[in-house]
Design a protein around this ligand. Structure first.
Ligand code: TYD
Length: 361
């Protein structure tokens, strides 16, 4: 998103505020770091005086808030960090924006606080149709035999929040705070809830980059439970395009769901990833299927996420740009071409963390 905004809007000054914890990596934005409209600030969003200072010093008139702890497995191990960053960090940003904007003559006029959230706040859907059904919609993102839904129910914007994991509970809480700042103080807020993202630069604790790297090194692929859980996958640049559109044209106080109508069972997506990696590495197709290793299920593992993004498609004309097959191909290619990026990450402390985590499961 930062890359998109810096390149597309030379007239904006973009301040990228990041604490650079384990998943943060300045190498991800190397190609834009010398642009005159790009500014990096290493800071913790929980530091309210510093957030206020940045707001005042740099005359910030819009906030797009993506700073969060986001990995469910980590939240099961360490929920405190999730409450701290996701809830208290959001509150600190809200309060800083409010204090600064209220001090200006025009107050909230022309300002925007846009909070990025997750579909996981809605809880989990069932999988009443294990073989999938033809859904009543068409998008560019899905095609052919994979153009399936695993039930008739979808997450819509008016659904009750029912978070199950400490991660989604923390995100749900932060969403409530954002809406409360609109309802109580009239802050111009917007919330969006997006489905699973995939694509370049994703930290390899998430399913797709983790598995691409493991397949490359012929390491086991830990599939939780039976691999029957369903996720709705969106290419990261399509999410960034949606954020751009909503930041500029979305209606204040509204919520928009973002997703690709692109549901996959974990085990099916894993097979696609294996076949793609094998093909691009010149291995016989399917050679690495035996790396699939069924392991103890994640505690409280949500069965199905399925976003209904028709409001966004209808009201703002957004639609995903990529066929899923294209997106996966691009993604696998990127990780294989950027092995050094991956090696830098997987050679450090992260490896130890990852091994400890699995020892303690
Ligand atoms: P993940 O990338 O962690 O995203 P989320 O939990 O937010 O959906 O996981 C995607 C799915 O893949 C989820 O159903 C859990 C499963 N999974 C595995 O089976 N094995 C793994 O090693 C990981 C990381 C995830």
């Amino acid at each position: 998103m930062v890359r998109l905004f810096v390149n597309k809007y030379p007239q904006y000054n973009i301040y990228n505020v990041d604490k650079l914890t384990y998943a943060g990596n300045l190498a991800n934005l190397k190609d834009i770091e010398d642009k005159p409209n790009y500014h990096f600030i290493k800071a913790d969003i929980c530091d309210f005086p510093l957030m206020l200072d940045i707001m005042q010093r740099d005359n910030i008139d819009g906030i797009i808030h993506l700073a969060a702890e986001s990995h469910v497995d980590r939240s099961i191990k360490d929920p405190f960090t999730f409450a701290q960053t996701n809830v208290m960090g959001t509150l600190s940003l809200l309060q800083a924006a409010k204090a600064y904007w209220e001090s200006l003559p025009e107050k909230f006029e022309g300002k925007r606080f846009y909070h990025i959230s997750t579909d996981e706040v809605y809880g989990a859907l069932e999988v009443p149709h294990p073989e999938g059904i033809k859904p009543p919609f068409t998008t560019k993102a899905s095609s052919g035999e994979h153009h399936l839904a695993y039930g008739e129910k979808f997450f819509t914007e008016d659904l009750k929040y029912q978070p199950h994991s400490p991660y989604s509970a923390a995100k749900a809480s932060s969403d409530h705070f954002v809406r409360a700042f609109h309802d109580t103080f009239g802050m111009p807020t917007i919330v969006t809830n997006c489905s699973n993202n995939y694509g370049p630069y994703q930290f390899p604790e998430k399913l797709i980059p983790l598995f691409i790297n493991n397949i490359r090194h012929r390491k086991p692929l830990p599939v939780y439970g039976k691999g029957e859980n369903v996720r709705d996958w969106l290419y990261v640049e399509d999410h960034a395009r949606a954020i751009d559109l909503i930041f500029h044209q979305g209606k204040v106080a509204e919520t928009y769901n973002i997703g690709g109508f692109n549901e996959w069972k974990n085990i099916d997506i894993i097979k696609v990833v294996i076949n793609t990696v094998d093909r691009l590495l010149g291995r016989p197709e399917g050679a690495d299927m035996d790396l699939i290793t069924y392991v103890t299920d994640r505690a409280g593992h949500d069965m199905r996420y399925a976003i209904d993004s028709s409001k966004l498609q209808r009201e703002l004309g957004w639609e995903p740009s990529l066929q899923f097959e294209e997106g996966i191909e691009k993604t696998v290619r990127w990780y294989l071409d950027n092995q050094e990026w991956m090696d830098n990450i997987t050679s450090g402390d992260y490896v130890k963390y990852y091994e400890d985590m699995y020892k303690n499961r």
